[in-house]
Design a protein around this ligand. Structure first.
Ligand code: ATP
Ligand code: MG
Length: 327
């Protein structure tokens, strides 16, 4: 089956990711913004790449992270969590002067979110290629990239080198476009995005990101354009509608979502991706990997805090046995 070879298997080396490690502090009351004192909950370990790799490791995927934190408790909190969950944290450096990145999040009643970020002036945006990074990259068999990281110059320098090295030793690449409204898509970022698409084996868009990534108006044309670039699998995340995998061989495999009570939707897509990549790299067929990934995304939204609902194998087994699916 050609489709089982979209990603390199784990014996090629660990799955790694590069990017921001943050703490998230979430408002306990819905409403607009942060312009008065509020009851808050946190700090929670966060950052889309960190959530992805934590979920990957919790499912016993061989996993490593490249990032940077400050020499402070927010940094310790993150490194401790990732390490305890089985992530190789040797590629995370501790910045001597900059603080750990942070994001304050408040949900509006309509489900939209307001943020106060400290990322660009934090350790999260100050990555450097060093010996530890080099050692991790030279062992890696797969790299996962979050589109949001492409606007960060220091991360992009590492990603460029890492993708080339990993591809040259038979490894594979996955990309979650994460094209957010807040993200400015200028020419430089679009150029990086397009360069990366040509190296991508697995694309993990959600909603309209499939069309945006391909710059096409309809789904069929978008898929054709992406497969023409060399992408082998496109997995479309569809929230409460579950997820659908399209392969270059023309297979279309859908898996329904699980029925859950949503507490905090942040991190669902990252957990979905971490689970899907871990399962596929262990050789699991697409149909089963979709089921596990749907379960990882759904279980995550039942916890407050973006990484709090990342699941272990046994937690997901129980969840899948005891949770009904949408039709
Ligand atoms: P994020 O906002 O974290 O980036 P995303 O937009 O990338 O998320 P979603 O489609 O929202 O991705 O969520 C990823 C997956 O998680 C879905 O495909 C689904 O399997 C699961 N999921 C998310 N929200 C729910 C929900 N409310 N009920 C059930 N499953 C959900
Ligand atoms: Mg997403």
């Amino acid at each position: 089956m050609i489709s089982s070879h979209a990603l390199s298997t784990e014996n090629t080396g660990p799955t790694i990711t590069v990017g921001e490690i943050l703490v998230e502090i979430v408002s306990l009351t819905p409403g607009e913004g942060f312009s008065q004192p509020l009851p808050l909950s946190g700090p929670y370990p966060s950052g889309a790449p960190a959530i992805f790799i934590d979920q990957c490791a919790r499912l016993d995927g061989d996993a490593g992270m490249i990032g940077s934190v400050g020499n402070d408790d927010f940094g310790k909190l993150n490194i401790t969590r990732l390490h305890e969950d089985g992530v190789d944290t040797s590629g995370i450096s501790i910045d001597a002067t900059l603080p750990t990145g942070s994001a304050f999040v408040r949900y509006r009643p309509d489900g939209n979110r307001d943020f106060v970020f400290n990322i660009t002036a934090s350790a999260a945006a100050n990555l450097n290629w060093n010996e530890n990074v080099s050692a991790l990259v030279s062992r890696a068999g797969h790299i996962h990239i979050m589109g949001t990281v492409l606007s960060q110059d220091s991360a992009w320098e590492i990603i460029k080198r890492a993708v080339e090295l990993i591809k040259s030793r038979g490894g594979s690449v996955s990309l979650d476009p994460n094209i957010r409204k807040e993200l400015v898509m200028n020419d430089a970022i679009a150029g990086r995005f397009n360069a990366l698409l040509r190296q991508t084996d697995l694309l993990l868009p959600s909603g309209e990101e499939l069309l945006l990534a391909a710059r096409e108006q309809d789904q069929q044309r978008a898929l054709q354009a992406l497969f023409a670039l060399g992408i082998k699998e496109v997995v479309l995340k569809q929230g409460e509608q579950g997820a659908t995998c399209f392969t270059r061989n023309g297979e279309v495999i859908h898996s329904a979502a699980f029925q859950v009570e949503e507490v905090d939707p942040t991190g669902a897509g990252d957990c979905f991706g971490g689970a899907y990549v871990a399962c596929r790299r262990k050789g699991m067929p697409i149909v089963d990997a979709l089921e596990w990934a749907n379960a990882a995304g759904a279980r995550n939204v039942t916890f407050r805090g973006p990484m709090e609902g990342a699941s272990t194998t046994s937690q997901l087994q129980t969840f899948m046995q005891t949770t009904k699916k949408h039709h």
